[in-house]
Design a protein around this ligand. Structure first.
Ligand code: BG6
Length: 494
């Protein structure tokens, strides 16, 4: 076990019932069901806990169990029969018609029975893994039937988690948010962005807070530029219906902006959600969205060559599967430091990272010799969970020669302890069951994301000649123009 220092705060999920809408969908199978299983397997779920899965598809118990088995094993678990049966015992399926009052009446009755059976005191966490069009009807009905309620002075609670995409445009996102607010005040609404639950992402804040050596240099005096990278090896994975409509920028922008905020916001006075969000809001207020006119110079969009041959993709599809852009933060800490972003599918590698690239030495023997950027602080989020710092040191031997070196901190090297730590979705489910909203998104973040995204999308749509969709070979990290975007500033992707 690694030693912990004086400050140690642990989330304790409260006994509750977890109700998953959209339980037969892709997101449920890939992320949420495995996360629920993982919580139960690692004994991180509350002792008194049950799961109700709701979906439109009719499923008998046998079909349900084989779907769950598939989801869990595809996610990499190899559960023993005992562990898997213990999971199944906590869980049941209800066929849903999200529009019908009868369904909510049935659900309400069943939740009361399950509360009694599992010793839960009317504490319910609803997870909407449905298309956004279903959010408002579901939350409206949950509210109307008393399943989503204002806890007032009882010790019970009801909370709702919603998943992106949070709308399709600034207007539709505002309408969606207004609908959500009708049913659930901000204190009950948990907007999830699973990147905030990733271990390295949280360590960015922890390292910055605990080590003055980093935060003291986290500014435009020392930092040359920042890179945010989210490249994926995978392509569509059968999600053409979802992706064709959205494209990569709508799919990934929330993740990118969260990474930017956690890297560059000022440190909050405490890690309580109110302080954390106040600082995050101040950061977003200082980010300058690109204007429509700037997009052609500061952004690149691309599509992998094989995309149009994917099942379900339109022959002339203009959905982007890659984008790169540069933006500026207009505050005293970061003024003049460019932030470069690139994200894409079928990029030949899985790499999610934040790289803080320090300035080159401006005096001493290297003033006239270009040794590149010797110091890069890299937070590797995926596939490894690592933090490293590159520097230049003396090459061993009798001569004075210099050589690049790297210092690292690898979470997985902590062995047993690392195997037990929760994954992104698991961590966020624990937080929601504990009533901690720090890592969830507030209304202002969704609004900011759309204000940031809208000019980019508008320029791409209205001026395709100035903003061509660049093709890139499958298995390569984006089109040549993305390399050019950073190269013309005298820099390169890390
Ligand atoms: C999701 C996107 O939010 O994030 C997917 O919808 C993307 O398109 C995924 O593949 C990446 O996250 P992770 O954690 O699976 O790498």
């Amino acid at each position: 076990m690694t030693e912990t220092l004086g400050f140690c705060q642990e989330m304790r999920p409260e006994s509750c019932g977890f109700i998953l809408f959209g339980a037969t969908g892709d997101l449920a199978a890939r992320k949420i069901l495995p996360a629920l299983f993982g919580l139960c397997e690692k004994k991180l779920a509350p002792k008194n806990f049950y799961i109700v899965l709701a979906g439109r598809t009719p499923l008998d118990r046998g079909a349900l169990e084989s779907r769950l088995w598939d989801a869990v094993t595809k996610a990499g678990f190899s559960p023993s029969p005992e562990v898997f049966s213990a999971f199944l015992e906590r869980l049941e399926y209800i066929q849903a018609d999200y529009e019908s009052d009868a369904f909510y009446a049935l659900l309400g009755g069943r939740l009361a029975e399950l509360d009694a059976k599992f010793g839960v005191k009317k504490k319910h966490l609803f997870y909407l893994a449905t298309p956004p069009g279903a959010f408002e009807p579901i939350t409206g009905k949950l509210k109307a039937t008393g399943l989503l309620f204002d806890p007032k002075d009882c010790a019970c609670w009801s909370r709702v988690i919603i998943e992106k995409p949070y709308g399709f445009s600034l207007e539709s996102a505002a309408a969606l948010d207004a609908g959500l607010k009708q049913a659930a005040p901000e204190s009950q609404a948990y907007r999830i962005d699973h990147f905030t639950g990733k271990e390295t992402v949280q360590n960015v804040m922890a390292l910055r807070s605990a080590n003055a050596v980093f935060d003291g240099t986290w500014n435009n005096k020392f930092v040359d530029h920042v890179q945010i990278t989210v490249l994926e090896e995978l392509g569509l994975e059968g999600r053409a219906g979802f992706f064709e409509h959205l494209g990569l920028a709508r799919d990934m922008m929330s993740h990118i902006l969260q990474l930017a905020a956690i890297t560059a916001m000022d440190l909050p006075a405490t890690f309580r959600d109110t302080d954390f969000k106040a600082e995050k809001q101040r950061f977003f207020e200082s980010v300058r969205p690109l204007s429509r006119e700037e997009v052609s110079k500061q952004a690149v969009r691309g599509q992998y060559a094989g995309y149009r041959a994917e099942p379900g993709v339109a022959p002339g599809s203009a959905a982007e599967t890659f984008f790169a852009f540069r933006f500026q933060v207009d505050n005293d800490r970061w003024r003049g430091v460019p932030f470069y972003v690139r994200a894409g599918k079928k990029a030949g590698l899985k790499k999610a990272s934040i790289d803080v690239v320090y300035k080159k030495p401006d005096h001493g023997i290297f003033t006239h010799i270009d040794i590149g950027y010797p110091n890069v602080f890299s937070f590797s989020i995926q596939p490894e969970e690592k933090v490293s710092f590159s520097l230049v040191g003396k090459h061993p031997g009798p001569k004075l020669c210099f050589t690049p070196r790297s210092m690292g901190l690898d979470y997985r090297a902590e062995g047993q302890e690392a195997a037990a730590f929760p994954t992104d979705y698991q961590r966020l489910l624990i937080d929601a069951m504990s009533g901690d909203q720090t890592l969830f998104l507030s209304s202002f973040e969704i609004k900011f994301m759309w204000e940031f995204l809208s000019p980019l999308l508008a320029a791409w749509q209205a001026a395709p000649a100035a903003n061509p969709l660049r093709s890139y070979a499958d298995g390569t990290p984006g089109p040549a123009e993305a390399a050019e975007l950073i190269k013309k500033d005298g820099r390169a992707w890390v």
